[in-house]
Write a protein that binds this ligand. Structure first.
Ligand code: ATP
Length: 487
């Protein structure tokens, strides 16, 4: 939507709103300074719907900042400048768009940039002032899956992902870089989409005039197929090749799809030759993308290939704390939980951060602010349905086999009397795992480990608990084993 002031006689009301906003911006820019204004209000747009006038912030975060730091002043300036005395509302793009009728803005190929806006023009020269040129409408950002909660601020970094995090920040800041394309790869649920979304938001915030396109490989495929059917491939190519930064999520999806791979390959080549940035994610390394066309695969490898590892225990705890703070902010309660509860979540939900978050959400949904007082037993009782499906599947026998194999032992060592540490420690680890992911009681586990007493099992569980806090190798071994057994 383009809103103009002056020069368009047929749309006086719109022009007047634009003129009021322009005057308001001139004063705001002077008072806040260029940098602050540009960061928080630079992408805000004035929208009219019927008689209502709304300032639409690019994100929920920007909306909250404006509300806290500038809204009162905006209200004063607006009231001073608006002869019609209209009320001005404030919403994020997503909120505004949710209430919007279907956007008429569909581009020729049906594909559009997530958000490509020119900043608010606040100059007083020129009698036609562009408030916003939104090539896509915010609805498109949502349709393409850009999520506001996936920002750099909400991403927790640790050894498993800090290189990827640093690379993502650098690319999103439009810093000069030698690596193009960048490929992030890692197992599902460990933050690839989060990182890509955060890059899109940050890149748009730091360079509002640049064109940032985010899409999943699935959407790339379906849009390409439709463009071929509709004989619109030229428009499709044009849309993508105009991107300053192209972000493609889950690129493994195109593997095995001959013409889509071909198109993606040519898109990459065109963008890279033109000095445009390309970032992609995949669920495995290029070398493992066996169904991918070799030429495309080699181009994925040609830039920077950056692995994201499964989050380790410390990172899982960090993520839990950050999520708890966010949930507490939304529910207005104190962000705290007992360490034993957080540790239990971090140890039990290792398969992906998605499941870890899900477990915390379940607790907060059930008890709200009382989560701070929740005991381990109560938390386990609430989460029992989440755990039971995994518990039923894994047997002590499978655990013993997996642990023995991991440490290069025989299953018989798990039940033997051998006390050498090389055997005793894996045996204790196996007991600990059995306690974590089966419903067996301590005596029952003891019986399956060569008829040992339940106090031996309890000692093993406590010993492993204590050791893994200080021994990253053991913690990683346990993570790997838990994931393997549950998968
Ligand atoms: N390091 C992290 N900090 C904060 N949240 C995270 C982190 N890693 C993952 N998450 C959260 O975990 C959830 C899953 O992450 P995401 O969707 O980005 O995973 P993914 O690797 O793209 O998985 P998939 O391959 O299934 O798409 C999201 O809610 C995301 O916010």
């Amino acid at each position: 939507m383009t809103m103009t002031t002056g020069g368009i006689a047929g749309n006086m009301a719109e022009a007047a709103a634009g003129a009021v906003w322009t005057k308001t911006c001139v004063a705001l820019k002077r008072e806040l300074g260029d940098a602050t204004f540009g960061s928080w209000l630079g992408q805000a747009a004035l929208r009219e719907r019927g008689d209502d006038v709304c300032l639409v912030a690019a994100t929920g975060v920007a909306r909250d900042w404006i509300r806290r730091h500038a809204w009162r002043r905006i209200g004063e300036l607006w009231a001073q400048n608006d002869p019609m005395g209209r009320a001005l509302d404030l919403k994020s793009r997503m909120e505004f768009d949710q209430a919007a009728p279907a956007s008429p803005m569909v581009t020729a190929s049906g594909l559009s940039a997530a958000v490509a806006v020119t900043p608010v023009e606040t100059g007083v020269t020129g009698n036609v002032i562009e408030i916003e040129v939104d090539l896509t409408a915010p609805r498109a950002a949502r349709q393409q899956g850009l999520q506001e909660r996936f920002s750099f601020d909400t991403f927790v970094a640790g050894p498993a992902n800090e290189f990827a995090f640093a690379v993502a920040r650098r690319v999103a800041s439009w810093a000069d870089g030698h690596f193009n394309p960048v490929l992030f790869h890692g197992p599902y649920g460990f933050g690839k989409t989060h990182l890509l979304n955060a890059m899109a938001w940050e890149a748009m915030r730091t360079a509002p005039g640049k064109r940032v396109v985010y899409l999943t490989a699935e959407r790339f495929t379906s849009t390409f197929v439709k463009a071929v059917q509709d004989r619109q491939t030229a428009a499709f190519k044009e849309e993508l090749r105009n991107a300053d930064l192209l972000l493609i999520d889950d690129v493994q999806f195109v593997a095995g799809k001959t013409s889509t791979q071909e198109e993606l390959f040519h898109t990459l080549m065109a963008l890279i030759e033109d000095g445009r940035r390309v970032v992609m994610t995949a669920d495995r390394s290029p070398a493992e993308l066996s169904e991918m066309e070799p030429r495309l695969r080699s181009h994925l490898q040609a830039g920077l290939v950056c692995g994201i590892e499964p989050a380790d225990r410390t990172l899982r705890l960090g993520i839990l704390e950050r999520k708890l703070a966010t949930l507490a902010g939304q529910g207005r309660f104190v962000p705290s939980a007992k360490a034993e509860v957080l540790e239990f979540l971090a140890d039990r939900f290792t398969d992906s951060v998605r499941e870890l978050e899900g477990a915390l959400n379940t607790l907060v949904a059930r008890v709200g602010g009382e989560v701070a007082r929740l005991s381990l037993d109560e938390a386990q009782a609430i989460l029992r349905p989440n755990l039971s499906c995994t518990e039923k599947r894994v047997t002590v026998d499978q655990i013993q086999k997996a642990v023995a194999e991991h440490y290069g032992l025989k299953q018989a060592d798990m039940i033997s009397e051998r006390r050498a540490r090389a055997v005793a420690r894996p045996r204790q680890a196996a007991m600990w795992i059995a306690k974590q992911i089966t419903t067996r009681s301590l005596p029952d586990i003891g019986r399956r480990f060569g008829g040992r007493d339940h106090t031996t099992v309890l000692h093993a569980v406590r010993r492993i608990e204590a050791l893994k806090a200080d021994d990253p190798v053991l913690a990683r071994d346990l993570d790997t084993l838990l994931r393997k057994l549950r998968s």
